[in-house]
Design a binder for this molecule. Structure first.
Ligand code: PLP
Length: 408
């Protein structure tokens, strides 16, 4: 094997080579798999979508395969307007290559905002269990997450504070009290939280939890950064995960489903309150491929599909998510090797009691033509949001059979 496999427990195991894909399926030379986690929760609108594919040739036929950041560009500017409209914002949009680098820029901007206002606030709050990206600085945000502990080289940023995730048992009280204590110290510049929790474990937010965080942020001029990299674009049956609460974040970070992975792109939608500081100050950030025109064209075609017929596909995802929870809970009730199924619509996971059982289950699932991303004791269920009901029903029958076989 001449390619590193990031995050894999062992190198050297020959992975299945994927030769093609269509809708909710991926194909090796000999087998068809249902892609039950949309790759890494990316391909929200499914594989091989002709309308998304057209964006490549349409953009490249203009002759513009690259446009540097100091020029305007039709698709980049159009996308910015649409992202601002969708989030009811007057501000500006910043582009990157994916979730991690844009999240770093969100932290950077929230710290700059405070320093331009001559405030000494310099702390950022994140959650003990959270994931915001794999580049060195941003992965310091992972509290006690194993993915951080495995990487000894990661450094702890002095200005980072990890706060407890909410628990449904106390309605999020302990988490909110801790956040409140830190914010009331007057040293906190911002807080970063997923709009709906994903790979950190689909941790449930009690009702009103995000509203309470927003209230604390508003009272203390703390920037609320909502990471929608995984939870955005219909994944939770709403356009963004935070749309399940009545909040208006200062910064929204998106990637993955923005282009459905057909081309890399991350974007940060910044409220006017913060973006206006750069009317008279230089924004010292941005990469060579800032708002790449091909990726922005792809994103615009994805947005056309998400918004088509009054967001029909997003509404479909809401109902499909409910169906999945029903099917998953029936399985949990049958097998004692499972702790629970939890999540928000099409962003969910089974929690297993032990590592060995989940490893066995995942091997059997692959043998039976089902691909699910798994991490530690969690088996994620996040298919393309337009997956047919029939496909899901068949997959859950397979999951049921597989768990019956691995159950001891
Ligand atoms: N934020 C969240 C919530 C994520 O789930 C991820 C990746 O899985 C990231 C950020 C990082 O995105 P990327 O891998 O595109 O840098």
């Amino acid at each position: 094997m001449n390619t590193f496999i990031p995050w894999a427990a062992k190198q050297g195991i020959k992975p299945i080579t994927i030769l093609g894909a269509d809708k909710s399926f991926i194909f090796s030379k000999t087998k068809r798999y249902v892609d039950m986690t949309s790759g890494l929760v990316v391909v929200n609108l499914g594989h091989n979508n002709n309308y998304i594919k057209q964006a490549f040739t349409q953009q490249l036929d203009t002759g513009l395969g690259y446009v540097p950041s100091m020029f305007g560009n039709y698709h980049r500017d159009k996308l910015s307007s649409r992202l601002l409209d969708l989030t009811n914002k007057q501000g500006k949009v910043f582009y990157g290559l994916g979730g991690a680098d844009v999240n770093e820029n969100a932290m950077f901007m929230c710290l700059e905002y405070q320093s331009f206002k001559n405030q000494s606030k310099s702390k950022i709050l994140t959650f003990g269990k959270s994931y915001h990206g794999g580049s060195s600085i941003i992965s310091s945000l992972l509290g006690g997450d194993k993915r951080k502990m495995d990487k000894q080289l990661h450094f702890d940023l002095p200005n980072l504070i990890h706060v407890p995730n909410p628990s449904m048992n106390d309605n999020g009280k302990h988490s909110i009290n801790t956040i409140s204590k830190h914010i009331n110290s007057g040293r906190v510049a911002g807080i970063m939280i997923e709009g709906s929790s994903g790979s950190a474990g689909c941790i449930q937010y009690p009702k009103g939890y995000l509203n309470k965080i927003q209230e604390l942020c508003h009272q203390n001029d703390v920037t609320l950064i909502v990471d929608e990299v995984m939870s955005g674009w219909g994944r939770t049956g709403k356009m963004f995960g935070y749309n399940h609460s009545d909040i208006d974040p200062d910064i929204i970070v998106t990637a993955k489903g923005l282009t459905c992975g057909y081309s890399p792109l991350g974007a940060m939608i910044v409220d006017d309150k913060i973006s206006q500081i750069y009317n008279d100050n230089t924004l010292n950030s941005g990469l060579t491929y800032y708002g790449h025109p091909v990726s922005c064209a792809v994103a615009n075609n994805c947005l056309d599909l998400y918004l088509e017929n009054d967001m029909e596909v997003v509404k479909y995802a809401y109902c499909l998510g409910d169906e999945i929870h029903t099917l998953a809970n029936e399985i949990v009730d049958k097998y004692s090797c499972l702790v629970e199924y939890r999540g928000n619509k099409l962003l969910g996971c089974f929690e297993f009691k032990n590592d060995e059982t989940i490893q066995k289950a995942n091997i059997l699932l692959l043998e039976n033509g089902v691909f699910c991303y798994n991490r530690n004791k969690l088996l994620f269920i996040a298919p393309p949001i337009n997956t047919e009901y029939k496909v899901i029903k068949d997959v859950f029958e397979i999951i049921d059979n597989v768990i019956e076989q691995v159950q001891e």
